[in-house]
Design a protein around this ligand. Structure first.
Ligand SMILES: Nc1ncnc2c1ncn2[C@@H]1O[C@H](COP(=O)(O)OP(=O)(O)OP(=O)(O)O)[C@@H](O)[C@H]1O
Ligand SMILES: [Mg+2]
Length: 224
């Protein structure tokens, strides 16, 4: 099976040398567990290998704010962004006005950009917007069918805890699920990464300790 290296130190060896390609992988975790860091670090890693990246959010925060936070990491490369190797787009303002048009906008952006790696970060507000209209299921089915037909690696982040995962539709629809967590154990809080599933991959099981530093996210050496 073709693979794409993740760009996360220690993660490739947990996944038989990287993410299956093409595939859609859910990066699940509670607030602040490192979902955005992992996903964007992987985009910049791809850009180094001349892969086009597309980052889609709907958080309605000014773009510069997201990039300002990310630019403190050493993997962030302004030149890559200026050259257009990674496009950052915020659908927030558009989709609040017209939630049903969300899928078409996403498709159009993907067709324009022709990305090798796509990040949707997070998918949670998109789902919430459609929930009250009862359109979530249809949206998810169509989105995943579209993404699967597109030859790329898709990382979708989602705000959820371990308990939420087994009840979520998206975790069944994707090829892989990675969970980030930071449980408190014996009065210390440590960060973990766990590969719950990865189709076609003999992956490492169980929670692995991770570090987030100025260099980004890494699975701790010795525990890989
Ligand atoms: N330079 C750094 N050094 C150490 N830790 C950092 C650094 N930058 C960020 N962090 C840690 O990473 C966390 C943020 O990670 P990130 O934004 O990727 O999480 P997230 O899961 O996307 O959060 P959210 O759900 O709020 O979007 C911070 O809460 C902080 O604990
Ligand atoms: Mg985030």
């Amino acid at each position: 099976m073709p693979r794409k290296t993740t760009g996360i130190p220690g993660l490739d060896s947990m996944l038989q040398n990287g993410f299956p390609f093409p595939s859609a992988v859910l990066i699940a975790g509670e607030p602040g567990t490192g979902k955005t860091t992992l996903a964007v670090q992987s985009l910049f890693h791809g850009a180094k290998e001349c892969e086009k990246g597309l980052y889609i959010t709907a958080i309605s925060e000014p773009q510069w704010l997201v990039q300002k936070f990310l630019s403190s990491f050493s993997f962030y490369d302004q030149e890559v962004v200026e050259k257009g190797m990674i496009d950052f787009i915020d659908l927030g303002p558009t989709i609040v006005k017209d939630p049903s048009g969300m899928l078409d906008i996403i498709k159009k952006k993907i067709e324009q950009c022709q990305p090798d790696r796509i990040v949707i970060d997070p998918i949670t507000p998109m789902i919430d917007l459609l929930q009250w209209r009862g359109e979530t299921r249809e949206f998810m089915h169509e989105l995943f069918a579209y993404l699967k037909a597109f030859n790329s690696l898709v990382l979708i982040t989602s705000e959820m805890s371990y308990d939420d995962i087994s009840h979520s539709q998206e975790s069944y629809m994707v090829d892989g699920v990675i969970v980030l967590s930071y449980p408190e154990e014996e009065k210390v809080r440590r960060k973990f990464l766990e590969v719950l599933k990865m189709r076609g991959t003999k992956h490492t099981t169980g929670r692995q300790l991770i570090d987030i530093t100025d260099e980004g996210l890494a699975v701790q050496a010795g525990l890989r």
